[in-house]
Design a protein around this ligand. Structure first.
Ligand code: ADP
Ligand code: MG
Length: 617
């Protein structure tokens, strides 16, 4: 077989831009490159240990996993070597040659131009390896996959001083398995040739790494897995650095919880809540879940079975004493032991969220509130706990930021009020301006303004809070007669309007289920409401947009008998049908719906306006 010769391959177009940005925004904290290279070496050791469970021969007489940092002062190079899993040629191209495998476009879209913010995004983007270019202009990687012979090693090189848009890859010889990453330092970076300096960087950022890191002949870290150490012996900085390693995040975490659980299942959990949502939280390729270890041996990344989906933003480690070492994703899916661990992890995360101070919780909610809202539908057992954690916008402040808890709402309920009222709409503005709120605003009754798509699912599963039903202001009959400060009954009688209601219903035909007088409206002439047990307009629109079949539920048109337009409706009028259509279309628009015939609406409106101008006063 012909060995492939040296080849030069191109990066994606954006890579040069990405690297420049990274070098710029991270330069002030440049020593973190070592943390990133060491973190990869440690991951490589984990992966080897895992693969060796099935095939012990992979150790090939060299079972002591370690990392070495060596300097060559004459050549001005720094080399980080590991005897971990290594990479094949294809793996080098896939993992190193393609920066940030997925979501490049999303990433560039989320850049803001603000250096501090962008530096954070870069950290999330999985460019750890490329941080080497902060201090080096040329990086050489020589690697040999465990199990492959010495002659099948690969040499990769990228020289930024020449052509940053390309790298070379060629066959190489390497005596042992694993990876050597050599940094050819930039002018002015000579302090990195000092072993004492390197040891102090490692002590600061990489002390938590579970295998020894040697700088020269001296070990520079404690070399025990951080989560196995007693809490009292772990500093805050060490927790933060460990998070950066397991979470592949450059930012510090918002909070964490570390516990040794005993009982039916014995395991250690170290769970972190990130301080920012990753830019790809909603993308399908988003990596989620925790790292699973069994008796200190790494088993898998992204073990999504360990937490429910609505906690997919949590990062960290679960180390089980009981699971078998050969546990696979398939086994995890059915394992009862995993159910216990999952319940335990969920409880701890909810405890952690419960205990956050108001400021941290507000930050958490801004970043992950939308994900947590999936909780009540997914996790019935924790519904009551989750309900307490939810935050909403409300008519109390009319501010878009979600800060109102259900407990806040209940504490402000009016005497006699027995329901928690909400309105749903596609946007905040539509929710806030909804005509369904008029009577509530007039009476000073608070209404939650739900404007996330996920809110519809939330209220479908969360139907009550502490014995108070959640009720849509756009559904069924609204009866506020028992609420303190009730208006005297409006002075209208259905009888007086029976003729108008009947004629409107006739004019609107199939479009409505019924037409009735409204107890909700105060300023608007009309609104649409759903029958008590039927799907509301907003949810129907969301489902339709998602391509789902929606059962046809006709709305009820409610009209405001106090409104001038309604007052002048004359069933015998030649334009009566146009007026009826206008009341319906306006009600639909006001709740964020789409007109079936927008041009017809405009035409009718114009004709009616002209008619008004001409009519004798
Ligand atoms: N020393 C190494 N040994 C084996 N694989 C490595 C090594 N360094 C990097 N890699 C591979 O390159 C990928 C990219 O590394 P990096 O840019 O740090 O992103 P991340 O660690 O977040 O995946 C890693 O996921 C891994 O597959
Ligand atoms: Mg990395």
């Amino acid at each position: 077989m012909a060995t492939p010769q040296k080849e030069t391959l191109g990066f994606q177009a954006e890579v040069k831009q990405l690297l420049d940005l990274m070098i710029h925004s991270l330069y002030s904290n440049k020593e973190i490159f070592l943390r990133e290279i060491v973190s990869n070496a440690s991951d490589a050791a984990d992966k080897l240990r895992f693969e060796a469970l099935a095939s012990n021969a992979l150790y090939d007489g060299d079972p002591e996993l370690k990392i070495r940092v060596a300097v060559d002062k004459a050549a001005r190079t720094l080399t980080v070597s590991d005897n971990g899993i290594g990479m094949s040629r294809d793996e080098v191209i896939a993992n190193i040659g393609t920066i940030a495998r997925s979501g490049t476009r999303e990433f560039f879209q989320s850049l803001t131009g603000d250096q501090a913010k962008d530096a954070r995004l870069i950290g999330q983007f999985g460019v750890g390896f490329y941080s080497a270019f902060i201090v080096a202009d040329r990086v050489t990687l020589v690697t040999r996959r465990a199990g492959l012979p010495a002659s099948e090693a690969v040499r990769w090189e990228c020289d930024m001083s020449k052509d940053a848009a390309a790298y070379s890859i060629e066959p190489a010889q390497k005596a042992g398995r694993g990876t050597d990453v050599t940094l050819h330092l930039r002018e002015g970076e000579d302090e990195l040739l000092d072993e004492f300096r390197l040891r102090s960087i490692i002590h600061k950022y990489s002390d938590h790494i579970g295998i020894p890191i040697f700088v020269g002949e001296e070990k520079a870290n404690q070399a025990s897995a951080l989560w196995t150490r007693p809490k009292s012996e772990i500093t805050e900085e060490q927790y933060v650095e460990f998070y950066r390693h397991v979470g592949h995040d450059f930012d510090a975490p918002l909070a964490w919880t570390h516990n040794r659980v005993e009982g039916r299942q014995e395991y250690i959990q170290l769970l972190y809540i990130p301080s920012r949502a990753p830019f790809d939280l909603w993308s399908r390729e988003h990596r989620h879940g925790l790292k699973l270890y069994v008796r200190r041996v790494f088993i898998m990344d992204d073990a999504e079975q360990l937490l429910p989906g609505y906690l997919r933003f949590v990062r960290g480690v679960v180390d089980s004493n009981d699971l078998p070492l050969n546990v696979s994703r398939e086994i995890l899916q059915q394992s009862r032991d995993i159910d216990a661990i999952r319940a335990g992890c969920t409880k701890r995360v909810l405890d952690l969220l419960d205990g956050l101070d108001a400021e941290k919780y507000a930050q958490f909610w801004r970043e992950f509130g939308r994900v947590l809202k999936e909780g009540p539908a997914e996790d019935a057992a924790n519904k009551a706990r989750l309900a307490k954690l939810l935050r909403f916008s409300s008519t109390r402040t009319d501010a878009e930021e979600e800060t109102v808890s259900l407990a806040d709402y209940v504490s402000r309920m009016k005497p006699g009020q027995d329901k928690i009222y909400y309105v749903t709409a596609e946007t905040f503005a539509a929710a806030k301006g909804s005509p369904h709120l008029e009577i509530f605003r007039k009476r000073g009754i608070e209404v939650l303004l739900l404007h996330d798509r996920v809110d519809e699912w939330l209220v479908a599963s969360l139907t009550e809070f502490e014995g108070k039903a959640l009720a849509s202001v756009a559904r069924g009959d609204i009866d506020l007669s028992k609420v303190e400060g009730a208006d005297p009954d409006p002075d209208w009688q259905v009888g007086e309007h029976a003729e108008v209601l009947r004629s409107l219903k006739e004019a609107l035909g199939e479009r409505v289920k019924d037409v009735r007088l409204s107890r909700r409206l105060h300023e608007s002439p009309s609104c649409l409401v759903a029958d008590e047990h039927e799907m509301g307009g907003n949810l129907a629109r969301i489902l339709k947009a998602a391509g789902q079949k929606v059962p046809l539920a006709k709305p009820i048109l409610e009209i405001n008998p106090g409104h001038a337009i309604v007052k002048r409706l004359q069933p015998g009028d030649a334009r009566f049908a146009d007026w009826a259509g206008l009341l319906y279309d306006q009600a639909l628009l006001a709740e964020g719906g789409q007109l079936e015939d927008p041009a017809g609406f405009v035409k009718r409106t114009n004709e009616l306006m002209l008619g008004l101008g001409q009519s004798p006063r």
